[in-house]
Design a protein around this ligand. Structure first.
Ligand SMILES: NC(=O)C1=CN([C@@H]2O[C@H](COP(=O)(O)OP(=O)(O)OC[C@H]3O[C@@H](n4cnc5c(N)ncnc54)[C@H](OP(=O)(O)O)[C@@H]3O)[C@@H](O)[C@H]2O)C=CC1
Ligand SMILES: O=CCCC(=O)O
Length: 295
């Protein structure tokens, strides 16, 4: 397949680009902050490093973006040296960041106006699934671009969905993360309730894992939460962004979401106490009423 461009070498972007390289793809990467040290590692695996989003688009037929939030996703497209300066007929941009439908539509319209094609493709799954090529890809937009990029999606993910028009991928992702964030809050409350009422949180994990609400998230995050350990796989600031965007989607559709609203408050409180760069499971500290003893 043609060389693939990759913009945004954060937790997810770096793992995904590395995975493409391991599977024999040629990859050209770019990150806003070059000094973060990702370059050498990726270069060792054969990546070339572009000096701007425009430079990467110019070089590659297909370019993927994995940026933190709507402001970042818009910036790489519309700002100086951005995607719009080089996107043209025959080139495709695939935004895999988690953003709202409005952001995605804005990008789609601008890219199409320049003759390019656009696909939104946010993902379910975190750092480890990204490293292992086990993401769930929620794409929507240009079906021709989806078909063309499938060989790369097959490496990045265990399943790809095509959900129709631009916006549907973003909405699906926000619904999923709204449920996940609400679950993390209920789980944290339960761990605190078990502890304060004289039960072992570890035994609670064993009981949960054998019942109808067993799930990979409780199983994976529970033991480290009990150890007050929150090394970031999915940063809490991004989970709070997703709750905020999901609540806005609820507003638009007049859907009452009291559970998600309460969860959002807890994530906001966690951010305001300096936990934003830790894993989103650090919201547990808000329910414990303590500061984390380690990251
Ligand atoms: N981590 C996870 O488990 C998952 C994350 N996601 C979503 O994927 C996206 C990336 O997440 P993740 O990798 O964890 O996030 P990180 O915070 O690790 O990385 C964010 C990336 O966005 C870049 N960035 C931020 N602001 C700007 C800007 N204004 N202009 C250009 N680049 C910018 C950062 O560059 P710089 O290094 O310069 O700051 C960095 O490359 C987010 O939308 C997140 O919600 C989706 C599924 C799972
Ligand atoms: O957006 C982040 C999702 C994290 C996950 O699905 O485990």
């Amino acid at each position: 397949m043609e060389e693939i461009g990759f913009l945004g070498m954060g937790i997810m972007g770096k793992a995904m680009a590395m995975n493409l390289l391991r599977h024999g793809f040629k990859v050209s990467v770019w990150n806003r902050t070059l000094s973060k040290g990702f370059c050498d590692e990726l270069k060792e695996h054969g990546a070339s490093v572009g000096e701007s989003p425009a430079a990467v688009i110019k070089k590659c037929k297909y370019t993927i973006g994995m940026l933190s939030d709507p402001a970042a996703a818009l910036s790489v497209v519309f700002d100086k040296d951005g995607i719009l300066e080089e996107i043209c007929s025959g080139k495709g941009y695939i935004d895999m960041s988690t953003v709202d439908a409005e952001t995605s539509s804005k990008i789609s319209e601008a890219v199409k106006k320049k003759g390019g094609s656009f696909l939104e493709a946010p993902v379910s799954g975190s750092k480890k699934p990204a490293e292992d090529g086990q993401l769930v890809i929620l794409s929507a937009g240009d079906k021709g671009l989806y078909d063309a990029i499938l060989p790369a999606f097959d490496v990045l993910g265990k399943k790809s969905f095509f959900l129709g028009e631009v916006g549907n991928g973003a909405k699906m992702k926000l619904v999923v993360n709204m449920i996940m964030g609400s679950m993390m809050n209920a789980f944290s409350e339960g761990l605190v309730l078990a502890d304060k009422s004289g039960l072992s949180p570890n035994t609670l994990l064993d009981v949960l894992d054998l019942g109808a609400i067993a799930n990979p998230m409780f199983k994976m995050k529970g033991p480290s939460m009990i150890q007050n350990s929150y090394s970031p796989a999915f940063p809490l600031k991004h989970q709070q962004k997703d709750m905020r965007l999901a609540l806005a989607l609820g507003d638009e559709n007049a859907v009452s979401m009291p559970v998600a609203a309460a969860a959002n408050e807890a994530f906001k409180k966690a951010r305001s106490t300096g936990l934003g760069d830790l894993d989103f499971s650090a919201v547990y500290e808000i329910f414990k009423g303590t500061e984390p003893s380690s990251a």
